[in-house]
Design a protein around this ligand. Structure first.
Ligand code: HEM
Length: 419
């Protein structure tokens, strides 16, 4: 067994830096080096082990010797406590295996592809509403007008958040997303903690109301959800909603943003998608594989010694499966730097793997499909005129501006596409 270079105090001379200038625009050269030359890499800045290869990432996500609770991290005691900690510590990702299995059983029926498909008209209406707002502009910014507004609105409407409370819900979502990094959480402004508390109050009020007057929204559905007499408490329901917002808002925003940019760079694929919308699901998965928006992967914590590529990692360490590197691993994806919407996606791990596999995968896929197909239906031509421009973000490549020039079709709703 090779002793880890970290333990020997010998770091490789090459330094992987996911915050280096240019990483956001094109992380792939650095990710390739990580994967090919330093597949098990101790990242000093984050005090974490990074895994660059597909098989190691899959093993880490499936191996019970790696836990999800940050309490197992040897540096956890150094983190400054904040009022938001319990949100993440009790979130779906961090629950013990037993509680997690119970929650997933209660939630899963509402997130199957079939259940999500029934929401298509609602999602389509939200997307059309956003695009109608920029209908008179031949140039607009994709991010603030479309990709950053749609995911939170979709979750909010799915839950049945009243329209006059949407801003409270949006501020709640922004605060939870901003607090995701445990090291930076204590630096959040007081307004973020306030917004998180107001969001919780709003949800508790709505839960009480829906218990009296159930509707067809997700919150009512989850209140009704029952497994052998087992039901979710109000606090658990709040936890679930928080997890949905944390996991489903920004991720889907970046899928839409970088996804559209990558599609525009491949006009033949756009043409094929216009003519045959059945190609969308595979194309959306390929967009995630080809240019995954994660800067740093999801974290796990070693409960016992584990080894990857012959490097032993002791207990109490943070391990980060770098999905962005793994999704271009040539050992699993032939010709990985080639964008191919016909590629076999069975091994795609953009939505994770194992017990914590993304609950919202069907929703994210459907949102992206509806947005892209609506764009191709409305516009005869779409041109990228500026961007993507990125702003700092602890875990994602955060595209905040993508300017597009568009030429509308003369008969916008006549061309092919779902719905
Ligand atoms: C492109 C969009 C998305 C991507 C790439 C994505 C990716 C992921 C990944 C990789 C995980 C596993 C994390 C881990 O194992 O540590 C995950 C978990 C999760 N995702 Fe997503 N996600 C997306 C959108 C969504 C949406 C729209 C929702 C819901 C509204 C959602 C809800 C969740 C939840 C609740 C979990 C935790 C599941 C659990 O712990 O059992 N995600 N997601």
């Amino acid at each position: 067994m090779q002793e880890s270079s970290h333990q020997q105090g010998k770091q490789p001379s090459w330094v992987f830096d996911p915050f280096a200038p240019g990483f956001d625009a094109n992380p792939h050269p650095q990710l390739a080096r990580l994967r090919e030359e330093h597949p098990v890499y101790f990242w000093e800045t984050g005090r974490a082990w990074m895994l660059g290869r597909y098989d190691d990432c899959v093993s880490a996500l499936r191996d019970p010797r790696l836990g999800v609770s940050i309490r197992a991290w040897r540096y956890a005691h150094e983190l400054q406590a904040t009022p938001l900690d319990s949100v993440y510590e009790n979130g779906l990702f961090a629950l013990s295996a037993e509680r997690h299995t119970r929650m997933r059983k209660l939630l899963s029926p509402s997130f199957t592809p079939r259940a999500i498909a029934t929401r298509q008209p609602e999602i389509q209406a939200i997307v059309r509403e956003a695009l109608d707002r920029v209908a008179s502009s031949s140039e607009f910014d994709l991010v603030p007008n479309v990709s950053a507004v749609i995911p939170v609105r979709v979750i909010g409407r799915y839950l049945g958040i009243p329209r006059d409370q949407e801003q409270v819900f949006r501020d709640f979502a922004s605060a939870l997303v901003a607090g995701v990094n445990p090291v930076l959480r204590s630096q959040l402004p007081a307004s973020a903690f306030q917004a998180a508390a107001e969001g919780r109050e709003l949800l508790l009020r709505l839960i009480a109301e829906r218990r009296r007057h159930p509707g067809t929204d997700l919150l009512s559905e989850l209140i009704r959800a029952e497994d052998e007499g087992d039901k979710l408490t109000a606090e658990e329901l709040v936890t679930v909603v928080r997890s949905l917002v944390i996991a489903g808002a920004e991720t889907t925003t970046h899928l839409i943003s970088l996804g559209l940019v990558n599609l525009l760079a491949h006009p033949t694929c756009v043409e094929r998608l216009r003519l045959d919308p059945k190609l969308f699901p595979n194309a959306v998965d390929e967009l995630l594989r080809f240019d995954f928006f994660g800067r740093i992967g999801t974290a796990r914590y070693t409960l016992e010694p584990v080894a990857f590529c012959g490097v032993e990692i002791g207990p109490g360490e943070m391990v980060i499966p770098m999905l962005s590197a793994a999704l271009r691993d040539p050992r699993r994806f032939p010709d990985p730097d080639h964008f191919d919407i016909d590629r076999d996606q069975r091994f795609n791990i953009a939505f994770g793997q194992g017990a914590h596999y993304c609950l919202g995968a069907a929703l994210a896929r459907l949102e992206a499909e509806v947005v892209f197909s609506e764009f191709f239906k409305r516009y005869a031509a779409i041109e990228l005129v500026d961007g993507p421009h990125f702003e700092p973000h602890p875990v994602l490549r955060n595209a905040t501006s993508i300017r597009l020039r568009v030429i509308p079709r003369t008969t916008p709703r006549d061309s092919p596409g779902p719905g």
